[in-house]
Design a protein around this ligand. Structure first.
Ligand code: PLP
Ligand code: SF4
Length: 341
């Protein structure tokens, strides 16, 4: 009943733009972003210069959740190219800290952990997060064309230990619904697969993506879907995001969130508590809180292990257990992500 009402609300206005149109209108010019937020134009040249290496991309709906006139806004900090990205990096900051190239079994198929494999379906995202560990990822070679999925599907079929496939990227919800359907139909033919997991930031940064066509796919998928969205700050959970999450909730097995613990964005107790509470309001439970990977160009986002542990300990004193995420870090060569708290 709730779902039916929401569906009317989303589609019945006749004025809503499609997610493709919203994406086409996304902000790509640092000068425009600075002007939209009434920031000091003196910020433009350095942002434009940093944008050359990994360009600015942010949907307008996400910009509307930022505070005007605040150069330290935590949502802005996640997307505005920053001169710190070009500074000399501490030891250990490298382009491929996760050694993903080594885990690649066929183009785009990463198998690091027992029972589950990560399928890179596209290099595209709806937002460019400055801290992203994929900013240096070799997408031209690891971004499979459709016919190369056949090789990945064959590799999955040949390994009966694989029970779960995780669609990742880039962002798998950048694929259109027909492509998602082809992929999930192929996966559904593999008898040992029990779960399809989607890691996506689109429900947060571009909630228009959760439209009728997508819901049709989700409701008809023959492998049960678990959706893991990615929000880092409570102000990212807008009313539109809550509606999108509510819409998905009845059609997925679990709806979870992963966050990255980022200096100057969410590295304080009140923000993390508010994030968990906002997620709960949206019907989403926190899953992982990742320490940022040591990716070259992102050292200004680093939070120490001890700092992260202390924050999670304080969250635990204020929240029910199910609203406290696990603090994790990815360490190459381990059989799972390292759980730190
Ligand atoms: C993070 C990750 C997973 C998923 O790990 P979970 O602990 O199951 O969430 C799977 N494969 C790869 C390559 C990963 O990086
Ligand atoms: S949406 Fe995800 S993969 Fe894309 S830039 Fe952001 S963190 Fe990276």
């Amino acid at each position: 009943m709730i779902n039916a009402n929401l569906r009317l609300g989303v589609t019945g206005t006749g004025t809503s733009t499609t997610w493709r149109e919203e994406l086409a209108r996304a902000v790509r010019d640092p000068a425009e972003l600075v002007r939209m937020l009434d920031l000091d134009p003196a910020m433009i040249p350095s942002a434009a210069s940093a944008s050359r290496h990994f360009r600015l991309l942010v949907p307008r709906g996400f910009v509307r959740r930022m505070r005007r006139g605040d150069p330290a806004d935590p949502l802005l900090r996640q997307v505005l190219p920053d001169t710190s990205e070009g500074l000399p990096q501490p030891a250990g900051y490298v382009n491929d800290p996760l050694e993903e190239k080594a885990a690649s079994r066929s183009p785009g198929l990463l198998v690091k952990y027992r029972g589950r494999a990560l399928l890179v379906t596209t290099g595209a995202c709806a937002v460019h997060c400055r801290y992203c560990f994929r900013r240096h990822f070799p997408y031209p070679s690891e971004n499979p064309r459709r016919r190369e999925w056949d090789a990945s599907l064959a590799a999955i079929r040949a390994d009966s230990t694989l029970q779960e496939i995780i669609l990742s990227g880039g962002d798998p919800l950048m694929l259109d619904d027909a492509t998602l359907d082809r992929l999930s139909s192929g996966l559904a033919e593999i008898p040992h697969l029990r779960s399809l997991r989607i890691h996506s930031r689109l429900p947060i940064v571009l909630p228009e993506r959760i439209d009728n066509g997508f819901m049709c796919w989700l409701e008809s998928a023959r492998v049960p879907v678990t959706m893991i969205v990615h929000a880092n700050h409570p102000r990212e959970i807008s009313e539109e995001v809550k509606l999108a999450c509510n819409r998905m909730r009845g059609s997925v097995r679990y709806l979870l969130n992963q966050s990255v613990l980022l200096a100057g964005v969410n590295d304080d107790e009140d923000t993390l508590v508010a994030l968990s509470e906002s997620l709960f309001d949206a019907g989403v439970l926190p899953y992982y809180l990742h320490l940022p990977d040591p990716v070259a160009g992102t050292a200004h986002f680093a939070v120490s292990v001890d700092g992260g542990r202390a924050l999670v300990a304080r969250m635990r004193n204020r929240l029910p257990g199910y609203l406290v995420p696990r603090l994790v870090r990815e360490e190459p060569g381990l059989p799972a992500k390292a759980v730190l708290a």
